[in-house]
Ligand binder design. Structure first.
Ligand code: KIV
Ligand code: NA
Length: 263
């Protein structure tokens, strides 16, 4: 396949082809996911939980993300590599730029940040300086203490209206992709229809432009509590290649997420 690009992802949205994304933290899994046709590999700060054993993503550092990004970039050939900016690394536009440069130099093609209106100047600052941005709204795990736990977001009309306004704000600021986590499926659809950039859902319904899962959840190896939006794609498969291919096929034909994975 051709290398995945930001215009290529925009064209997929335009043509109604669903985009597949998985978290990835090392070179061997990067090579596997790339050959299975996954379009986007995310070095998520979820690595704090699934790799490091912390109970939140808050202890993860820029150096941690850079280390895993470099490993993923060495194993990958064609997928688009997205690196999470960890907690505390994008409090100001200048600080975000300096940390994002480290992640791009480690091999990321794009960085991901959690937040809405307050981030618009930062997103503009990064994209003006040639750093592509993926925004992340809904359940934003770096805000776990403010949110009071890992809870579904956007459930009231006021919260849904605010989320929609934030989605438009991050798009206007220059974000090329928006991740939507743990929101009602109807809101995922509404936000997707209101935007021109692709949306990638995790617990945000089947009408997003694409889907993302944490690879440890997809493989059924994460020992912690299982979120509603998680599906173990190892069920009925005899290899990890087959499980990842089954995930790609299920996202493409829209059999995943099914109603039981949605809010
Ligand atoms: O860190 C992560 O794995 C993420 C995805 C769940 C979107 O941000
Ligand atoms: Na993350």
């Amino acid at each position: 396949r051709k290398a995945v690009s930001i215009p290529g992802l925009a064209a997929m949205r335009e043509q109604g082809e669903k985009i597949t994304m998985l978290t990835c933290y090392d070179a061997s899994f990067a090579a596997l996911m790339d050959r299975c046709g996954v379009e986007m590999l995310l070095i998520g700060d979820s690595l704090g939980m699934v790799c490091q054993g912390h109970t939140s993503t808050l202890p993860v550092t820029v150096a941690d993300i850079a280390y895993h990004t470099a490993s993923v970039a060495r194993g990958n050939q064609k997928a688009l590599v997205v690196a999470d900016m960890p907690f505390g690394s994008y409090a100001t536009p200048e600080s975000a730029f300096n940390h994002a440069v480290q992640l791009i130099q480690a091999g990321a093609h794009m960085v991901k940040l959690e937040g809405g209106h307050w981030l618009a100047p930062t997103i503009q600052f990064l994209t003006e300086r040639a750093i592509p941005v993926c925004a992340h709204l809904g359940l934003t795990p770096q805000s776990v203490h403010q949110l009071g736990g890992y809870k579904v977001q956007g459930k009231t009309t006021a919260a849904a209206d605010l989320l929609k306004a934030e989605a438009l704000a991050v798009q206007a600021a220059g974000a090329s992709i928006l991740v939507l986590e743990a929101i009602p499926a109807a809101l995922g659809k509404e936000v997707t229809e209101a935007l021109r950039i692709p949306t990638i859902g995790i617990g945000a319904g089947v009408d997003c432009s694409g889907q993302v899962l944490v690879m440890h959840d997809l493989l059924g190896v994460f020992p912690g509590r299982k979120a509603r939006f998680v599906k173990n794609f190892m069920d009925g498969q005899s290899s990890i290649d087959a499980a990842v291919s089954a995930y790609v096929a299920a996202v493409k034909d829209q059999s995943f997420p099914a109603p039981e994975h949605c809010f």
